[in-house]
Design a binder for this molecule. Structure first.
Ligand SMILES: [Fe+2]
Ligand SMILES: [Fe+2]
Length: 304
């Protein structure tokens, strides 16, 4: 145990931010179907977030509530509670985009039903006896969340810096949703990994669950993008392809394939710590200026 922990690299930033959920809300009525103008594929590839995150982040919260009794460090417990509050808010904010997509003729229900099954049944609680088996399944899911959070932080950092989306006139409300969420992902990027290292920390489990998380994300994402492209009422022959993804990555309207590939060995390195990725300073600066986060803060102050 002590050997294992000695190998854990320390965070690169020592300052600690108390994590709090910001109660944001967004008005979608002016957001067009193709909110990256003239680029349905980039729009829908990013839209897959609205399909995956409501169920996915609800699942994070569900698993983390079960792991709270295993935490023996007060500061980490506070971080996990702050993380739970933020993820619950993210899940709700993305869920609220779905009725708007439906109004625009793109009913996401057939796909979200599959995603719900994935998180609630496949990755849900199993009827396991208390003891080793139940703990094993809980630790497996805690490790999976740490691997997924490597990607949410990666995407958060990407969207905070995706100036090409601004240049192309992407819808400001959608950009604010993505950047508010992305900034909170960067802000809390160390919590899931630190929790995993605290309650388990096995390298084999980290590597195994990374492979599972990566495979599942690629599978669900390409299916989601294909679903949106094929069901988009304005497209005659909407198709999604890896080539389309690769090209958008080069243009800067989607994450680049090279950057995504380079992020793999970083997570698998024994020296990895999430604080090495992204910038807390940039995330906090965005949250201080995000229209939705500023409005949430003003509403909070008004209520006091
Ligand atoms: Fe989130
Ligand atoms: Fe997160």
């Amino acid at each position: 145990m002590s050997n294992k922990q000695a190998r854990v690299p320390r965070p690169v930033e020592e300052e600690r931010i108390a994590l709090k959920a910001r109660k944001v809300s967004f008005s979608w009525e002016d957001t067009p179907l193709h909110w990256v103008p003239g680029d349905p594929f980039a729009t829908h590839t990013i839209n897959v977030l609205h399909l995956l995150l409501p169920a996915g982040e609800r699942w994070f919260v569900h698993v983390y509530k079960q792991v709270l009794p295993y935490i023996r460090d007060e500061r980490l417990r506070e971080d996990v509670i702050g993380f739970i509050g933020q993820e619950a808010m993210h899940s709700q904010a993305h869920d609220e985009v779905l009725p708007h997509l439906k109004e625009l003729g793109l009913d996401p229900t057939p796909y979200t039903a599959q995603v719900d099954w994935f998180f609630e049944k496949l990755l849900g609680d199993r009827t396991l006896p208390p003891g080793r088996a139940r703990r094993w399944w809980l630790m497996e899911r805690v490790a999976l969340i740490a691997a997924i959070e490597h990607y949410t932080a990666f995407l958060g950092d990407w969207v905070l810096n995706a100036e090409e989306l601004d240049r192309r006139g992407a819808d400001p409300t959608m950009l604010d949703l993505l950047r508010w969420h992305g900034a909170e992902e960067v802000e809390h990027r160390s919590v899931a990994f630190e929790l995993f290292m605290h309650v388990d920390g096995s390298y084999r489990r980290r590597a195994r669950t990374w492979a599972l998380a990566f495979t599942a994300l690629v599978f669900l994402w390409q299916r989601g993008a294909r679903f949106f492209m094929e069901n988009d009422p304005t497209l005659l022959e909407g198709k999604a392809s890896f080539r389309a993804f690769y090209v958008r990555g080069r243009r800067g309207v989607l994450p680049s394939t090279e950057d995504m590939l380079r992020s793999i060995p970083r997570y698998l390195s024994r020296e990895y710590h999430p604080s090495q990725e992204g910038s807390t300073e940039q995330a906090v600066a965005y949250l201080a200026s995000s229209p939705a986060a500023v409005a949430a803060l003003a509403a909070e102050k008004g209520a006091k």
